[in-house]
Every structure is written in structure tokens, then in C-alpha cells.
Ligand binder design. Structure first.
Ligand code: GDP
Ligand code: GDP
Length: 438
């Protein structure tokens, strides 16, 4: 499944962040435990009437001088055009129609992307209702009056946005070719890896038709199987502002990861693993994708018999939330272990879709409970009744218990480890949902 991406664009102070927080806050569906990724709210997973989408805020730091407002708005609009499926263009009824609004509206209209026009700060329809009509002049359709601060009109806005979601985005895709996103910081070797794969395997290169986003899709045939590689490195954006560049690359990563089954996180061996790598890894972890950590430029460092071991330990330390990730040490220059990557992709994909019979799961659970007593609080002990797998990609388990409050994170982790001891599930996160039953 590939969730649609919705971007918010608008001038400074029209209420982008307020709207973002309202949409994310009211509809947010997943509780995140990944460090580093949720603090700056560049994106959020949202649900509206059973439809899932990813919301992104393209607004970086606010410009401090008037003359750069327009150029920065253009840049944000371009990011939205490149990465989003639907764009929410937000204007401010109190400031009225501004020249820069019209210019950006022109740009959005020409892009052909679906745009929904939100007129914000309509806190009272009696007072401001008539002022909304002015925004028809933007030529991008019906203005929808909202008040982000008082949460008015939000349902109408989301209805309008979700009209533009296609069935393809909302349903399981027919295409069953493995889709692999290559992600990582700039200059770690993402493009080099793709180029090497293309060179080695004499493949058809094609930009897959119908992709609405700017990640470049490449088809690679290996051992008779077709793989789709989603490259986030291909296109680069120039910006003088470092924060904007970072924001842009995160949004692009989210959009690539969204479409992928398996994600290859590339780390530069000459730099070692960093917090920024962890932040990028978190995007794939949050989405429950299959994950392979590829340590690239393995040719370029001095090694002895302990080097792989030390790298592995450091990566496990820094990416502590994804102990399950597969690791491979490669060189896009020499081609070392590039073929191993395909084996790992196949394996991780199988693990993502593996289903365990309920009977077997309950045997494991019963044995686990016998070996380590569940936690208790104030004389009440956690009882586990039943466990069953309810979904794949990622494998998701429901555990029925007597009292949710008694279930500790550490006990879930313990059960997860028992399941992994039996079935491995290498390269994929496992998700656990705790439900009460009396
Ligand atoms: P951004 O710069 O576009 O992200 O705008 P913010 O979300 O930071 O909002 C700018 C200002 O407008 C803040 O002072 C908000 O409290 C205010 N604001 C946002 N939404 C509304 C609204 O619906 N009505 C009113 N009256 N003020 C709002
Ligand atoms: P991207 O920004 O992640 O796509 O990185 P590039 O593929 O553009 O590579 C950045 C730089 O690293 C280039 O100068 C590459 O030649 C170099 N590079 C990429 N892979 C390797 C590798 O495996 N070994 C060495 N020594 N250099 C590499």
C-alpha cells in the first residue's frame, strides 16, 4: 500500500503550523517510539474516515525579510509539487488576497497537481464569510473557509482533500514486484549503488509511468526477477538555507519510503554511523518497512578482522530501535557484496509477509509465560489469554490480556524476542497491539 502524501503550502503566519497540528493531532493514528523523528513535525501519519495519508509541512524557517518571502514560497510550492499527491494551499482571510498568494497559486495551477484552497482564520462566518469569495480570484477552485485555531471547517477540508485520493493509493497495489527505496544522507553513495546495479546486471532502465512524485524509479532484473528501485538521490534541489535542504530531503525520503516494501539505508563507512542516519532510519522503522542497513564505501577504509564487528556494534547502538535490521558491508565502486543485497531483499520481503499460525503463537506465548512471570502491580498480575497475527507488512500481532495497564513495554519486548527466536523475522519490525478481554 502506498499512502497518499498531502502537503501544506502558504505564506508565513497564515496558520500552516496550526493547521498541521490540528490535522495531525485530531487524526494521528500511530504512537511513535522512535527517537529523533517526531520532535520536529515535518510529517505526520493521519487517518480520516478510514483513509490513511501522510501530511507534510513544507514550510521551513520563516524568512525575515519581505523580498525573500516570495522566493521561499516558490521553493516550498515546488517541494510540494515534487513530492505530494494533494496540496493544501492556505491563505489568511484577515490579511486578504496578497500578490504572493496569486503568484504561488499560478505555479500550483500550472503543475496540474490537485490543490485544495483553505481560507484560514474564518473564526466567525457572520463576520468573515463574505471575504472568502475574494479568493476565487486565485483560480484554483472553491475556497474552503476554516479556522485552524478553533477547529472549524476541518472536516469539510479533509473531505475535499480525500476526494483527490485515487483507489490506487488507498488500496493494495496490484504490482507485486519488490519495491526497494535507497535512502540515506547526501553523498553516502545512493546514486553510485543504483548505477552499479544497472551496470552489473545489464538492465532495462525506465522511468515508470504514472509515478506522481519525483523519486526516480529504476527497473533492475536480477536472476530473472524484476525489482523496482526508488532513488531519492537523482534530483537535487539547490537552496542556500540548510534547514530547507534538510526538510526537503526528509520529505523526499518519506515519500520514497511510503512506496517501498524494503528500504536500504545507506551509511558511509568513512564517516561512521551518525544521529542523522538514525533520524532517517526512523522514517522507515515508523512505517514498518523491511530494512537493510548497507554500509557503503567498504573499500575506502582501513580494516582488520575486528572492523566489521565494531561497525556492527556501533550501528546497533545508534540504531537501537531497530535491532532487527539486516546489515551488509558493500562497495558501490568495486561491487563487493552487491549481489548479497538482492538475497537480503528477497529474504526481508518474505519475512515481511510471513504468517504464523495462531496455534503455534499460543504455544510460544504459554511457554514464554511459564519461563518468565508477567508483571504485576498492586497485587494484580497481568494475564495473557490469547495471541493471534492479524496483519503482515509489518507482521502485526494482537495479544488479549486481562488489563492493558499491566502490560509493560519490557514484557512485550520479551515476547517479541521469543517469537524472533523461533521465526527470525530478520529485517522487519513486529507490531504488537494489546487488547483487553474479560
Ligand atoms: P504559519 O507561519 O503559517 O505556520 O502560521 P502559524 O500556524 O504559526 O500561525 C500564525 C498565527 O496565526 C499564530 O499566532 C496563530 O495563533 C494564528 N492563527 C492560526 N490559525 C488561526 C485561526 O484560525 N484564527 C485566528 N484568529 N488565528 C489563527
Ligand atoms: P549520493 O549523494 O548518496 O547519491 O552519493 P553518490 O553516489 O553521489 O556518491 C558520493 C561520493 O561517494 C562520490 O564521489 C562517489 O564516487 C563516492 N562513492 C560512492 N560509493 C563509493 C564506494 O563504494 N567507495 C568509494 N571509495 N567511494 C564511493
Amino acid at each position: 500500500m502506498s499512502k497518499p502524501i498531502v502537503a501544506i503550502v502558504g505564506r508565513p503566519n497564515v496558520g500552516k503550523s496550526t493547521l498541521f497540528n490540528v490535522l495531525a493531532g485530531e487524526t494521528i493514528s500511530i504512537v511513535k517510539d522512535t527517537p529523533g523523528v517526531t520532535r520536529d513535525r515535518i510529517y505526520a501519519d493521519c487517518t480520516w474516515l478510514n483513509m490513511n495519508f501522510t501530511l507534510v509541512d513544507t514550510g521551513g524557517i520563516e524568512p525575515d525579510s519581505r523580498d525573500i518571502i516570495l522566493s521561499q514560497m516558490r521553493e516550498q510550492a515546488q517541494i510540494a509539487i515534487d513530492t505530494a499527491d494533494v496540496i493544501i494551499f492556505i491563505v489568511d482571510v484577515r490579511q486578504g488576497l496578497q500578490d504572493s498568494d496569486s503568484k504561488v497559486a499560478d505555479m500550483l495551477r500550472k503543475s496540474g497537481k490537485p490543490v485544495v484552497l483553505a481560507v484560514n482564520k474564518v473564526d466567525s462566518i457572520q463576520k468573515f464569510g463574505n471575504d472568502v469569495y475574494e479568493f476565487y480570484n486565485l483560480g484554483i477552485g472553491d475556497p474552503i473557509p476554516v479556522s485552524a485555531a478553533s477547529r472549524l471547517g476541518i472536516g469539510d477540508l479533509l473531505d475535499e482533500v480525500s476526494k483527490h485520493f485515487t483507489l490506487e493509493q488507498l488500496e493494495e497495489e496490484e504490482d507485486d514486484r519488490p519495491k526497494v527505496a535507497i535512502i540515506g544522507k547526501p553523498n553516502v553513495g545512493k546514486s553510485s549503488i543504483i548505477n552499479k546495479l544497472l551496470g552489473e546486471n545489464r538492465v532495462i532502465v525506465s522511468n515508470i509511468a504514472g509515478t506522481t512524485r519525483d523519486a526516480v524509479d529504476t527497473e533492475v532484473v536480477y536472476n530473472g526477477t524484476e525489482y523496482i528501485f526508488i532513488d531519492t538521490a537523482g534530483l537535487r534541489r539547490k537552496s542556500k538555507i540548510k534547514e530547507d535542504l534538510e526538510r526537503y530531503s526528509i520529505i523526499r525520503t518519506v515519500s520514497a519510503v511510503e512506496r517501498a516494501d524494503v528500504v536500504i539505508l545507506v551509511i558511509d563507512a568513512t564517516e561512521g554511523v551518525t544521529e542523522q542516519d538514525a533520524k532517517i532510519a526512523g522514517i522507515a522503522h515508523d512505517r514498518g518497512k523491511g530494512i537493510i542497513v548497507a554500509v557503503n564505501k567498504w573499500d575506502a577504509i582501513e580494516k582488520n578482522d575486528k572492523t566489521i564487528y565494531e561497525f556492527t556494534r556501533k550501528i546497533k547502538d545508534t540504531l537501537s530501535f531497530m535491532q532487527y535490521a539486516e546489515m551488509v558491508f558493500i562497495s558501490a565502486v568495486t561491487g563487493q557484496r552487491m549481489n548479497k543485497m538482492f538475497e537480503l531483499i528477497d529474504m526481508v520481503r518474505e519475512n515481511q509477509t510471513m504468517r504464523i499460525a495462531t496455534g503455534v503463537l499460543n504455544e510460544i506465548m504459554t511457554e514464554a509465560v511459564a519461563m518468565q512471570q508477567p508483571p504485576s502491580d498492586k497485587g494484580k498480575r497481568l494475564k495473557l489469554y490469547y495471541m493471534t497475527q492479524v496483519a503482515v507488512k509489518p507482521p502485526t500481532f494482537v495479544i488479549f490480556v486481562n488489563d492493558k495497564e499491566l502490560m509493560h513495554f519490557s514484557y512485550v519486548r520479551y515476547l517479541e524476542n521469543r517469537i524472533r527466536e523461533s521465526f527470525g523475522f530478520k529485517g522487519t519490525a513486529l507490531k504488537f497491539l494489546i487488547r483487553e478481554r474479560n
